[in-house]
Write a protein that binds this ligand. Sequence first.
Ligand code: PLP
Length: 377
Amino acid sequence: MKRKTKLIHGGRPFDPHTGAVSVPIYQVSTYKQDDVGVHKGYEYSRTGNPTRDALEAYIADLEEGERGFAFSSGMAATHAVLSLLNAGDHLIVTDDVYGGTYRIVTKVLSRLGLEADFVDTTDTDEIENALRPNTKAIFVETPTNPLLKVTDLAAVSQLAKAKGLLLIVDNTFGTPYWQTPLTLGADIVLHSATKYLGGHSDVVAGLAVVADGQVGEKLHFVQNAVGAVLGPQDSWLVMRGLKTLGLRMEAHEENARAIVASLAVNPAVGRIYYPGLADHPQHELAKRQARGFGGMISFDVGSAEKAAEVIRRLNYFTLAESLGAVESLISVPARMTHASIPKERREQLGITDGLLRISVGIEDAEDLVADLEQALR
Ligand SMILES: *Cc1c(COP(=O)(O)O)cnc(C)c1O
């Protein structure tokens, strides 16, 4: 089945109980038992709910995994997956990881005894050098935010398998439409479904997919024990969003290409970060590993003042956190998503005060390009 077909026919494309082609919102917490312990597969909605089940089967199919899980946010999904580790375990994490992931690892899980090192995972040697006897997992985000760095998942997976480590991949930027990390050897894929999968800036949700049934049992135990599950209404919204993921990702990408082409010849623009550019350090890898480059672009306009001026003059790019929705968004990572990172460290990473990040929407490319051109002028 090709990808766009799978987006429509994958998972459970209709309700097994009624045949409804849009899986109903089972707004219910508990289920009648015919006798003590005799039920139709559902006892209580934290443990399982038919609408959430449909989403979980759907994302498992899209990511080519064994079992899927839906959580109340991307961070709840990350928390559940990292709860598979124990106190005293060590974790290796991409240095340019999502700020919330950095925060939960360094400020929450560290208090519970989880040790972590943040390294440039685009360099497999750096991962190898960070290995300790108690290392249990590698957490990779690729492409990253906001610098769009790309990690070689097949190479890291080889290393993880050789050392018996879990490879966890945050696939929020790639989406299963462009890349399927489990097919490259990852063990667990994570999503903030708030972004591209939901796609309409109307729901906060998280998903996880595991390649192995035993890991799936453990993750279901954590999901049920901790309880940060996605409600039926939000599960339905994510499924509704997912059906058009292919159309949207193609549109995001096409618009991103037009914008990058215009930025590349604009004298007001310094460095541009986009995996589709031939001078991107991991361009060849990005081409090999993914089926598309995505709709996220970062570029440098030189200073915080210029960045603010450009944003003030834009008409179609909304100043907002988040990404991956139908409308174009713009942000200043140094002052928004990455403000908690010390300036020195930010500059080291390349997250300068003049860096702008855009999440390209699905508006008309000509309008977006013209808008950026007038604002940069
Ligand atoms: C937004 C985001 C998250 C966190 O997801 P929430 O749904 O906001 O909790 C995790 N990883 C990446 C890459 C993100 O962009």
